[in-house]
Design a protein around this ligand. Structure first.
Ligand SMILES: [Zn+2]
Length: 131
């Protein structure tokens, strides 16, 4: 097989660890097998490793989105606020929190950090509303 990126015939089998990262979470897949190009470094996973790679990627995406969405919903309920009230407080679109909670959109990091701060110090909520 020639390299799909540069066409070099110099492809060799390798076994290596591949680390996936998404939304501050990472995951390492061990003993991934594939053929790698000696000239440009481009690689092609074998069927089994490719399957593991795509499954891990989907799982990571689900974990990150699911966790954050559930966390946001939990904090919002604890603060006894509607999605609209919270959006108004943060000065963002009305439907934003509904999207975050359903995992459709990944919330911006500052929003998540601020919410987690309010989760620990609920008395700060009043001050956010005043700013
Ligand atoms: Zn190549």
């Amino acid at each position: 097989m020639n390299c799909p990126a540069c066409g070099s015939p110099d492809m060799g089998n390798k076994v290596l660890d591949e680390t996936l990262s998404y939304g501050g979470q990472s995951l390492t897949l061990h003993a991934m097998r594939g053929e790698f190009c000696a000239s440009c470094g481009e690689g092609v996973w074998d069927v089994e490793s490719y399957r593991r790679y795509t499954e891990a990627q989907a799982g990571l995406l689900r974990t990150v989105k699911g966790d954050v969405g559930d966390d946001i919903r939990r904090i919002r309920k604890k603060l006894n606020l509607t999605q609209t009230e919270l959006s108004k407080m943060f000065g963002i679109g009305k439907v934003a929190f509904s999207r975050y909670e359903r995992g459709e959109t990944h919330p911006p990091a500052p929003v998540v950090k601020l919410l987690r701060l309010v989760d620990r110090h609920p008395d700060l909520l009043r001050e956010i509303g005043d700013v």
